[in-house]
Design a protein around this ligand. Structure first.
Ligand code: GRG
Length: 260
C-alpha cells in the first residue's frame, strides 16, 4: 500500500481538496483527512487499472506497477485495502461541522467511486475498446471514470468548512466539473504526444489498444481547444470569489498546461 501511494504522483486531487477547503475556511486537519481519502481511492484505482485483466500495464509513476513489483493477488488486495482505508478516514473523527454533512461526504465519495462514478466509467472504457464512440458518449465515459473523483475532491474539501452558501457551492461544483473533464482531455493529448519517460507511465497505450479518446474522436487540435475552453469555463465559474479562488485558478491552469 505504501509502494502504491507514497513517493509519486502529481497529487492533483488532494491539491484541489485543499484549495476548495481553504475557500470554505475549513480547518486544515479536516481537509488533510478528506484529501488523503480521495488520493487513496485514486491510488487504488491505478493499482487495479494496471492489472493484466484491465489495462495490463507495467509502469506507473515511474516505477514497476504493483502486480509487477509484488504479484497480482497482492495488487488486488492492495487496491481493496486502499479503498477501505479511504472510507475509514472519512468516517474517523470530525470532518464537518455536523454529522449529516460528514455522512453526505461519505456518500459523495461512494457515488464517485462506484457504478455512477469511477468503476462505472472504467466498465464503459473497457467495453469500448475497438468501438467508435460519439463525442457525447466519450464525454459521458470520462465524466464517470475521471471526472467524478475530481469533482468529489473539490466538494469533499469544501464540505470540511461551512463558509460557502448553496449558490457559492454550486459555482464551485461547476468549476469541479470543468477541471475534471479538462483533466481527461489533456490526459488523452499527453498519451498521444508525450514520451513515456516524462509521463512515468506507458505512452501511446490508448491508440495501441484501440481505445476511443478525445484525440481519436476529435483530433489533437480540437482536443487542445476543448481543454482551453474548459479552463476558461473553470475560471469563469469561480470569478465571483475574487482573490480567494487564486489556488483554484492556478490548479485549472496546471491541469490544462501540464506536460506530464
Ligand atoms: C479500476 C475501478 C477502477 C477504476 C480505474 C481512474 C481509472 C479508473 C483508471 C486510471 C487510468 C487512467 C490512465 C485514466 C486516465 C486519467 C487518470 C486518472 C490518470 C491518472 O491520474 P493522474 O495523472 O495520476 O492524476 P498521478 O500518478 O499523477 O496521481
Amino acid at each position: 500500500m505504501r509502494y502504491a501511494v507514497l513517493g509519486g504522483g502529481k497529487r492533483v486531487r488532494p491539491l484541489l481538496a485543499f484549495a476548495a477547503g481553504e475557500l470554505a475556511r475549513a480547518p486544515t486537519e479536516r481537509i488533510d483527512a478528506a484529501a488523503c481519502a480521495v488520493e487513496l481511492i485514486h491510488a487504488y484505482s491505478l493499482v487495479h487499472d494496471d492489472l493484466p485483466c484491465m489495462d495490463n500495464d507495467v509502469l506507473r509513476r515511474g516505477k514497476p506497477t504493483v502486480h509487477v513489483e509484488f504479484d497480482e493477488a497482492t495488487a488486488i488486495l492492495v487496491g481493496d485495502s486502499l479503498q477501505a482505508l479511504a472510507f475509514e478516514m472519512l468516517a474517523t473523527g470530525r470532518l464537518a461541522d455536523d454529522a449529516s454533512t460528514q455522512l453526505e461526504m461519505l456518500r459523495a465519495a461512494a457515488v464517485a467511486s462506484g457504478t455512477r462514478g469511477m468503476a462505472g466509467g472504467q466498465a464503459i472504457d473497457l467495453a469500448s475498446i475497438g468501438q467508435v464512440l460519439t463525442l457525447p458518449e466519450l464525454e459521458f465515459m470520462h465524466i464517470l471514470k475521471t471526472g467524478a473523483l475530481i469533482r468529489a475532491a473539490v466538494t469533499l474539501g469544501a464540505r470540511c468548512g461551512s463558509a460557502l452558501s448553496a449558490e457559492e457551492f454550486g459555482h464551485l461544483d461547476r468549476y469541479a466539473k470543468c477541471v475534471g473533464l479538462a483533466f481527461q482531455v489533456i490526459d488523452d493529448v499527453l498519451d498521444a504526444e508525450a514520451p513515456t519517460a516524462t509521463l512515468g507511465k506507458t505512452a501511446g497505450k490508448d491508440a495501441a489498444r484501440g481505445k476511443p479518446t478525445y484525440v481519436s474522436v476529435i483530433g489533437l487540435g480540437r482536443a487542445r481547444e476543448l481543454a482551453r475552453a474548459l479552463r476558461r469555463d473553470a475560471h469563469a465559474a469561480v470569478e465571483g470569489f475574487g482573490a480567494r479562488a487564486e489556488r483554484l485558478r492556478d490548479l485549472a491552469d496546471f491541469i490544462v498546461l501540464r506536460e506530464f
